[in-house]
Ligand binder design. Structure first.
Ligand SMILES: [Fe+2]
Ligand SMILES: [Fe+2]
Length: 307
């Protein structure tokens, strides 16, 4: 049973979900150099060369302010909260998210940067900082996919992140999670109401090299399993550029990075707002960062491009 099982938001009004991803909070203060004698060495070099100032924490703070000032019913964060899965980074990410860090307001899944090393996976470091937003009360098994409700809407969180060798950022959901997803579909009748699933890795092809180095290895199976389970809207991160397509009647949306502060119009920091009414997904808005003075500029996205 989740903390939102007693969520009494009515089924006859439109709910708004914010989709935030790949915020990559960096915090190396006080971190011993011995922490970098593993896969993090390549990550540290990457940070030093190009990423150090690429994802300002101030933009994540502005997102938290924005979803409070222009209220949403729930915030969905699709992974890569950190860069190197360091305790300092998790602590800072949690502190920035603190105003909305309640299981009935915020849901998360881990990204490959949150389970960056074997030690982070062994210690279940991501889960130790954010598990209270995924599992509560009787759901003590703490397995993926987690399940919640927001009013009439079902939420499911899959984990695609596993530790990999340096320079490899592939992911995989795996058979066990897909079997559990099928069981959840039956237990909670996911076909009966609108269902949103969250996972970190992208679900579209990006070319052979990127797919081999960075892709989700069981992408096709995950797409089919989610569609068969009754998922209406499948959200992901990982690719820092936004993407959308349809898989049958299921909508698949990558928000792009919510804190990537780059000049190119496709690379501007952004997050999405999904309006879900009694008849399903009514519209998607994109909120693009336009600097501290203008904040987030919101516009409605056109229909999905043809697949
Ligand atoms: Fe990322
Ligand atoms: Fe990622």
């Amino acid at each position: 049973m989740s903390a939102t099982a007693d969520d009494t938001r009515p089924a006859d009004r439109t709910l708004v979900f914010a989709h935030v991803s790949d915020v990559h909070v960096l915090d190396l203060v006080g971190v011993s150099m011995s922490r970098f004698l593993n896969k993090r060495l390549s990550g540290l070099l990457n940070l030093a060369s190009k990423r150090r100032n690429a994802h300002p924490v101030a933009i994540l703070e502005a997102i938290v302010d924005d979803v409070i000032a222009r209220p949403v019913d729930h915030v969905l964060l699709t992974g890569d909260l950190t860069n190197l899965a360091l305790p300092t980074e998790f602590r800072r990410a949690r502190a920035v998210l603190d105003p909305i860090a309640r299981p009935d307001r915020l849901s998360v899944v881990p990204g490959n940067h949150d389970i960056y090393t074997r030690g982070a996976a062994r210690d279940r470091r991501f889960e130790s900082f954010f598990g209270d937003l995924m599992w509560t009360g009787a759901d003590s098994a703490q397995t993926y996919p987690w399940y919640k409700r927001v009013g009439p809407v079902h939420l499911v969180g899959l984990c695609s992140a596993e530790p990999r060798l340096p320079l490899i950022a592939t992911g995989r959901v795996g058979d066990r999670q897909l079997q559990r997803l099928t069981a959840l579909a039956s237990t909670h009748d996911l076909h009966g109401e609108f269902t949103i699933a969250m996972v970190h890795h992208n679900l579209h092809a990006r070319g052979l090299r990127k797919d081999l180095m960075h892709g989700m290895q069981d992408r096709a199976r995950v797409l089919d399993a989610c569609a068969e389970a009754g998922v209406d809207l499948l959200l992901h991160g990982h690719t820092h550029v936004a993407n959308r397509f349809r898989h049958g009647s299921m909508r698949v949306v990558g928000s792009g990075s919510s804190t990537w502060d780059a000049e190119h119009p496709d690379h501007r920091a952004r997050y999405n707002r999904y309006h879900v009414g009694p008849a399903g997904l009514e519209r998607i808005e994109v909120c693009i960062w336009d600097g501290p003075d203008r904040g987030f500029v919101t516009s409605e996205l056109p229909e999905d491009p043809p697949s």
